[in-house]
Design a protein around this ligand. Sequence first.
Ligand SMILES: Nc1ncnc2c1ncn2[C@@H]1O[C@H](COP(=O)(O)OP(=O)(O)O)[C@@H](O)[C@H]1O
Ligand SMILES: [Mg+2]
Length: 248
Amino acid sequence: MKLDTVIAARSNKTIYREGNVSVKLFNAGYSIADVLNEAHNHAIVEETGFLVPKLEEVSKIDGKWAIVTQFIEGKTLTQSMEENPAKTDVYLERMVDIQIAMHGYTAKKLRHHTDKMHERIDQSGLDQTMQYELHTRLSSLPKHSKLCHGDMNPDNVIINASGDAYVIDWSHATQGNASADAARTYLLFRIAGEDARSEQYLDFFCEKSGTSRQYVQKWLPLVAASQLVQDKPNEREFLLRWSNVVEY
Ligand SMILES: Nc1ncnc2c1ncn2[C@@H]1O[C@H](COP(=O)(O)OP(=O)(O)O)[C@@H](O)[C@H]1O
Ligand SMILES: [Mg+2]
């Protein structure tokens, strides 16, 4: 593979186009378990029948691990929003439709979101009282087995010329509660400082899925506490505030 067409560059990986395939190439030192977990999640999701680029290969290229998938000719929703800002809400609504359709699939082979969240609360560094409150709240919320993306945002949805939507980037996928997945998307917009968009997103999600805002908000301290594990200094203050169960 020549790998000379970069689609996206990150600090720890680069995504290339190579003819009909996309190559996600992880830097040396990237956890092999995480690469294989992402590929495994992708395979599980593909087998549910939900539309994703076909997984072609997991391999090593010049000593680096790579996940090779079908290249989808099209635009991410982020690109469409940037090209046509006046239609941002239309694209946001499209993302919500796709996310709700995704929640219509079950994914019993994926890790359970509840288990992952309990583990992350333990690793959050929050004090014992707060951890206890969070574990208690988590245990009181319903455990579902819906296909959850875990990082649903406009960058991870590609629409092709026929209008078909492909969801990519399954490293955080779990089976779980749709409202937890929505709370996570809401939080991602808030972390990015896109407050108006986060509210519009939540309005669309609640209206279209018939869920109350209060119910999605119940998950917010839990997804915020989970996110603390990523240990990004610029997010810490914000996430600590959101992790406070008493306030929500
Ligand atoms: N199969 C694919 N077809 C077309 N473009 C892709 C494909 N996979 C990834 N991309 C592009 O690369 C970007 C980053 O890929 P992604 O898997 O989301 O990586 P990251 O984990 O860094 O977010 C996407 O936002 C999209 O623009
Ligand atoms: Mg992505």
